[in-house]
Design a protein around this ligand. Structure first.
Ligand code: DOR
Ligand code: ZN
Length: 358
């Protein structure tokens, strides 16, 4: 009976999708991420984006400087390992991919359809023109990370993920059957079914907000900007399927927080930014989601094994202990230049916490 599990030691998790941002923001985001995760796959949607190996090396160095300067424990500093991604543009070449694959620091490349989300203006405008790049990804076995939404103005925001699957994914997979693809932050039963129907080269990450919430949480009783992210939260039936597949023990589904910081005033605005911030509290959030369906015993596969397996990396050796002792999520964190950062579920309490963190 998993109901009786009140303490759970798991292999140290990795976050296969995180936004750390850059420069002063790193002083907040890096210690938060390093508190829970060993490897983190750092999204490249900076301004300007991380487009080549040199950009990735310089970005990693900035992250490591902030790690060193932080008050994270020596043990966590030694374990934290940011892995870089390149941002695909209309100008990325097969040679960029070859250099990335051989660089040893680029773990994957990210495709944002132009205009899909935050800082995606330099993204790909025509996926059909990416043939050389996709061939190179397949050749070097470098995963393609997809923000899977179509972007045409006339497509309803709630339909954009499914339309991407039907209109774009099917074609990509037909032409590049062995390319490794992660459907990032899936939000629909359609995406879950799609991933289940494909071979082992196709996997998906799932965020805490898409496991715990649906569009009613975003919109009922007033607009809640801290639940606004992209792809947008969908109806409850989709949330239930995501929770089913995440807790199923199927290794195609693994942890990717999509923790995406925006200063509080940029979210609580007439045109609020998309992104939920969860870096510091992701593990208690995921534990709470898994426990809500009696599947806390399945947490370790999702948080600490399946992602590493997909990327062909060893699982971590150290462990972390989750405990069923309530914690309160801070109302906000100090962010740079006097701004603040409001996390997902700010001010609320969760039944699970990281042992030793309270
Ligand atoms: O909500 C989101 N925020 N979705 C994304 O795809 C990007 C992210 C960000 O960078 O803020
Ligand atoms: Zn993201």
């Amino acid at each position: 009976m998993t109901d009786s599990i009140r303490e759970l030691t798991i292999l140290q998790p990795d976050d296969w999708h995180i936004h750390l941002r850059d420069d002063k923001a790193l002083a907040t985001t890096v210690p938060h991420a390093a508190g829970s995760f060993n490897r983190v796959i750092c999204m490249p949607n900076l301004v300007p984006p991380v487009k080549n190996v040199e950009d990735a090396q310089a970005y990693r160095a900035r992250i490591m400087q902030h790690l060193e300067a932080s008050n994270v424990s020596a043990e966590r500093k030694a374990a934290f390992d940011p892995r870089m991604t390149l941002y695909l543009t209309d100008h990325t070449t097969a040679q960029d991919i070859e250099l990335a694959a051989k660089s040893g620091i680029v773990q994957a490349v990210k495709l944002y359809p132009a205009g899909a989300t935050t800082n995606s203006a330099d993204g790909v405008t025509n996926i059909n023109a990416c043939v050389d790049v996709f061939e190179a990804l397949e050749k070097y076995n470098l995963p393609l990370l997809l923000h899977g939404e179509v972007t045409h103005d006339h497509v309803d925001i709630f339909d954009r993920e499914k339309r991407f699957l039907d209109e774009v994914m099917v074609q990509i997979i037909a032409k590049f059957p062995t390319m490794k693809i992660v459907m990032e932050h899936i939000t629909t039963s359609d995406a879950a079914d799609f991933v289940l129907s494909q071979g082992n080269q196709i996997a998906a990450t799932i965020t805490p907000q898409h496991l715990m919430f649906n569009r009613n949480h975003l919109l009922l009783g007033g607009i809640k900007p801290h639940f606004y992210c992209l792809p947008i939260l969908k109806r409850e039936s989709h949330q239930k399927v995501l929770l089913d597949v995440a807790t199923s023990g199927n290794p195609k589904f693994f942890l990717g927080t999509d923790s995406a910081p925006h200063a509080t005033d940029k979210k609580e605005a007439a045109c609020g930014c998309a992104g939920c911030y969860s870096a510091a509290t992701a593990l208690p959030l995921y534990a709470t989601a898994f426990d809500s369906v009696g599947k806390i015993d399945r947490l370790e596969g999702f948080t600490s094994r399946f992602g590493a397996q997909f990327y062909g990396l060893p699982v971590n050796e150290s462990t972390i202990t989750m405990i069923k002792t309530p914690m309160q999520i801070p109302a906000s964190y100090p962010y740079f230049d006097g701004s603040s950062l409001t996390p997902l579920m700010a001010g609320e309490s969760l039944p699970w916490s990281i042992k030793g963190s309270l």
